[in-house]
Design a protein around this ligand. Structure first.
Ligand SMILES: Cc1cc2nc3c(=O)[nH]c(=O)nc-3n(C[C@H](O)[C@H](O)[C@H](O)COP(=O)(O)OP(=O)(O)OC[C@H]3O[C@@H](n4cnc5c(N)ncnc54)[C@H](O)[C@@H]3O)c2cc1C
Length: 289
């Protein structure tokens, strides 16, 4: 659907083939773990840098100390908040030159004080420790890769232990129809932050200036749209007819038992469908504390 000029309110509905006429070709540089998600979009044409033919790109994505995200409790595929604490039972000590970190069940991990920049002479943070270990790992794995090459090991085999943080490069050609599908999935809050950042940059900095009317329509009718399932609609109608909107999440969980309206799973302590419905109600301003 797109707003057409000169009549801003003329829509083309359901006819997506015009969007297949516009093609975009990108040269992208992406860490392997993000690329693994990206490459699942089968409707693009890809020509990727070959690490059989050439040496692997000597560059890796590094996570900053304050960017280690915590596993989300509510969503098995997501993250929520940042690592700011040490796990239970871990002890931190120091001598003149090193931070001495004691995991509960094993020896001591020593980190040179000169390798981490603590704030105002404070203690090493859990995030700094994780970033420090990441850099050590990457250094070790790259050295191992280069050592294999020095032994004459074939590039196709030498690469097998390179980390997923290694960058790859690819030409990625896609038509506008499938690019908008990619952006709808990967700019969504359910997508992993890393690919979301790439998608948002492509959307806002490339698609928007090239196709301003399409972008406007995409935001209004796709990205910003809310899909109500048949169950959502039944619950919403029942809540409205009973005069019970806005509603709290707790009330939604326990007080509205309509066997003819909601499936049995709705009343389980954890129900993804109900949680998603709550999020939709919140966006509509119908969820209250
Ligand atoms: C938040 C999120 C979580 C995800 N989690 C997982 C996961 O846990 N495990 C996992 O394996 N994947 C996961 N994926 C990947 C997902 O299953 C898709 O592979 C990916 O999003 C590409 O979408 P697509 O197939 O619609 O796109 P494309 O491959 O570009 O296809 C576009 C459309 O073309 C049609 N199409 C393409 N190929 C075929 C085909 N062979 N048969 C029929 N129709 C076809 C479909 O209509 C499809 O929607 C996740 C994706 C997202 C966004």
């Amino acid at each position: 659907m797109v707003r057409g000029a000169p009549d801003k309110f003329a829509f083309v509905c359901g006819n997506s083939t015009p969007f297949e006429m516009a093609e975009l070709k990108f040269l992208v540089r992406v860490p392997m773990d993000t690329w693994r998600q990206w490459i699942r979009h089968r409707t693009a044409n890809v020509n990727e840098y070959s690490t059989r033919y050439s040496e692997a790109i000597d560059s890796m994505a590094v996570t900053a100390p304050d960017e280690w995200r915590l596993q989300a409790g509510s969503n098995k595929q997501g993250s929520d908040g940042f690592v700011t604490e040490w796990p239970e039972g871990w002890l931190i000590d120091s001598n003149d030159t090193h931070w001495l970190i004691y995991p509960p069940d094993s020896g001591c991990i020593a980190v040179r004080k000169s390798d981490v920049e603590t704030q105002d002479g404070g203690e090493i943070t859990s995030g700094q420790f994780l970033t420090h270990l990441e850099l050590l790992n990457q250094e070790h794995l790259v050295a191992n890769y280069k050592l294999r090459l020095a032994f004459g090991v074939a590039r196709e085999q030498a690469r097998k232990d390179l980390p997923l943080s290694t960058y790859t490069e690819a030409y990625w050609k896609v038509d506008l129809h499938n690019l908008l599908h990619f952006l709808a999935l990967r700019m969504d809050s359910h997508a992993q932050q890393e690919i979301r950042e790439y998608a948002t940059t492509i959307g806002e900095q490339i698609v928007k200036p090239l196709f301003p009317l399409v972008w406007e329509a995409f935001l209004d009718y796709r990205l910003g749209a809310i899909t109500l399932t048949a169950i959502d609609q039944r619950v919403m109608t029942a809540l409205m007819l009973a005069g019970n909107l806005p509603v709290t999440a707790e009330d939604l969980k326990y007080d509205y038992y309509w066997p003819e309206v909601t499936p049995r799973e709705w009343f389980q302590p954890k129900c993804r469908e109900r949680t998603e419905f709550e999020a939709k109600l919140a966006r509509l301003g119908f969820l209250t504390e």
